[in-house]
Design a protein around this ligand. Structure first.
Ligand code: B12
Ligand code: SF4
Ligand code: SF4
Length: 366
C-alpha cells in the first residue's frame, strides 16, 4: 500500500468514526454522463422554476478538474439521517408531513439544524484532520448548492448507486443520506463505483403521487412535491394540489416505498412531538403553520432548512394540505387566512382550500 492509499484508508476510518456513513474517492476527470443528463433535464424544461439550475451550472458542475486545476482527487461523503414513520390523521387538528432530511440533528441538544451548516462543519473538521497529515493541503468543499453534481460524484466514488427514484442508495443507510464532497490537492486513489442496482424492482415509480418519476432516474422537478413545496415561487398549479396530500416541506414517498430502505435505513424518528416545538417536526399542526406570522416563523425555524422557504410559502403549503385534509373544523382558520393573510399567494391557496373543505362537508352532509 503506497502513502496515498494508506491515507485514503485512514481518512475513511476517521470519517466513519466522526459520523459519516460512507466515504469514497474519485478522480477530477469530467462527469460526462451526468453532464448529458443534467443538460437534457434543463433543455427539456424539467428544471423550470429553478433558474439557478442552468446549463452553465450543469457544465461547470461536471468539470471540477478544469475549474480547480490544482485538484487531484475528490472525496465524496454521505451523512445519514433518520426516516419518519408515516403520519397518522390528527382528528380535528390535521397534521402535515415534513421530509425527514429537515429534521437532521445539529450538535447542540438534538434540535434540528440546517444540513448545509452541519455537513459544512463536519467537512471542515475532516479537512483539518487531513491537513495535519499533509501540510499545504488545498481543498474546496461542495454541499448541495455548491457547483457540483453531488449524486454523480458520490456514485463514481463508490459511495452508492442511483436508484430508479434518482436518489443515491448506500449500503449503510439506504437513500436517507445527504451528500457532500471535497476536492483535494492530493492524488488519493479512486475507489471502484458500486456494482449494485435496483434489479427488477420499480416500486418507487407508482408510489409517486404526481407522476414525477418519468423514467428510471429521471425526475420532472415541476411535478415533484419536493420542488412544489420548497422551491416553487407563486401559486402551486391547481391540477397538482389534490395530489400533494399533506406534505408541507419536501416529500419522502419514493424513498418510503423502497425495499432497500426498508432493510437498510436507520431507525425511524418518532412522529409524536409537540407541533409547536422549535424547528421542524415530522407531523406539524397545519393550522398552526398557516397562522404563523413573520416573527413567529423566524423564531421557530431559525437555523433550520425550513427557514429557506420563508413564511409565505410554508403557509401556502399548509393551506393546500388543509384543502386535502378537508376537516370541517379548519373552516374558520382558512377563512381568516383567505381574507386576512398579508400575502396574496397565501390568500388564494387558503380560498382554494376553503372551497374543498366546504365542498367535502356538503358532500358528507356535515
Ligand atoms: C435540483 C435538486 C433537486 C430538484 C430536482 C431533483 C432531481 N432529481 O433532479 C428537486 C427540488 C425536485 C429535488 C428534490 C429532492 N432532493 Co434534491 N437536489 C437538487 C440538486 C441541487 C441538483 C440535482 C441535479 O443536478 N439534478 C439533475 C439530475 C440530472 O441530476 P441528479 O439528480 O444528480 O441525477 C442523477 C440520477 O438521477 C442519475 N440519473 C439521471 N438520469 C438517469 C437515467 C438513468 C437511466 C439512470 C440509471 C440514472 C439516471 O444520474 C444523475 C447523476 O448521478 C442536488 C444537489 C447537487 N448540487 O447535486 C440536490 C440533491 C440531489 N437532493 C437531495 C435530496 C435529499 C432531495 C429530496 C429527497 C428531498 C426531499 N425529501 O424532499 C428530493 C428527492 C426527489 C427525487 N426523487 O430526486 C440530495 C440527494 C441525496 C441522495 N441520497 O441522493 C442532494 C444530493 C442534496 C445533498 N447534497 O444531499 N432536488
Ligand atoms: S419526492 Fe415525492 S413527488 Fe418527488 S419524485 Fe419522490 S415521491 Fe414523487
Ligand atoms: S423502490 Fe425499487 S426501483 Fe425504486 S429505488 Fe428502491 S429498489 Fe430501486
Amino acid at each position: 500500500m503506497n502513502r496515498w492509499e494508506a491515507l485514503r484508508e485512514e481518512l475513511r476510518a476517521e470519517a466513519l468514526r466522526r459520523g459519516w456513513c460512507a466515504l469514497g474517492v474519485t478522480g477530477v476527470e469530467p462527469f460526462t454522463e451526468a453532464r448529458r443528463r443534467g443538460l437534457d433535464s434543463v433543455a427539456a424544461g424539467r428544471m423550470d422554476g429553478m433558474p439557478w439550475m442552468s446549463a452553465e451550472r450543469v457544465s461547470a458542475s461536471t468539470a471540477l478538474g478544469s475549474r480547480y486545476p490544482w485538484a487531484r482527487s475528490v472525496v465524496a461523503l454521505a451523512w445519514p439521517y433518520r426516516p419518519v414513520r408515516a403520519a397518522g390523521g390528527g382528528g380535528e387538528s390535521p397534521r402535515g408531513r415534513v421530509a425527514a432530511f429537515a429534521m437532521l440533528n445539529g450538535d447542540e441538544g438534538g434540535a434540528a439544524a440546517d444540513y448545509h451548516t452541519v455537513l459544512g462543519r463536519r467537512c471542515d473538521e475532516l479537512v483539518g484532520w487531513t491537513a495535519e497529515r499533509v501540510p499545504g493541503l488545498r481543498s474546496k468543499r461542495f454541499i448541495d448548492h455548491g457547483w457540483a453534481m453531488d449524486r454523480a460524484v458520490a456514485e463514481r466514488a463508490g459511495v452508492g448507486f442511483t436508484g430508479k427514484h434518482a436518489s443515491l442508495l448506500t449500503t449503510s443507510a439506504g437513500s436517507y443520506v445527504l451528500l457532500a464532497e471535497v476536492a483535494l490537492s492530493i492524488p488519493l486513489p479512486p475507489d471502484p463505483p458500486s456494482k449494485k442496482g435496483c434489479g427488477t424492482c420499480s416500486a418507487c415509480i407508482p408510489a409517486c403521487p404526481t407522476g414525477a418519476i418519468l423514467a428510471p432516474g429521471v425526475i420532472d422537478a415541476r411535478r415533484c412535491i419536493s420542488y412544489l413545496t420548497i422551491e416553487h415561487r407563486g401559486s402551486i398549479p391547481v391540477e397538482l394540489r389534490p395530489l400533494m396530500g399533506t406534505w408541507v416541506f419536501g416529500c419522502d414517498l419514493c424513498q418510503e416505498a423502497c425495499p432497500i430502505n426498508h432493510r437498510l435505513a436507520l431507525a425511524p424518528l418518532d412522529e409524536a412531538g409537540s407541533a409547536s416545538r422549535r424547528g421542524p417536526v415530522p407531523a406539524p399542526d397545519l393550522v398552526e403553520l398557516l397562522d404563523l406570522d413573520e416573527e413567529k416563523f423566524a423564531s421557530r425555524f431559525a437555523g433550520t432548512v425550513v427557514r429557506r422557504t420563508g413564511r409565505a410559502r410554508l403557509a401556502r403549503n399548509a393551506a393546500v394540505a388543509l384543502g386535502n385534509a378537508a376537516v370541517p373544523a379548519t373552516e374558520a382558520p382558512l377563512r381568516r387566512a383567505a381574507f386576512g393573510d398579508p400575502d396574496p399567494m397565501v390568500r388564494e391557496a387558503a380560498a382554494w382550500a376553503l372551497g374543498r373543505v366546504v365542498e367535502s362537508a356538503g358532500g358528507t352532509g356535515g
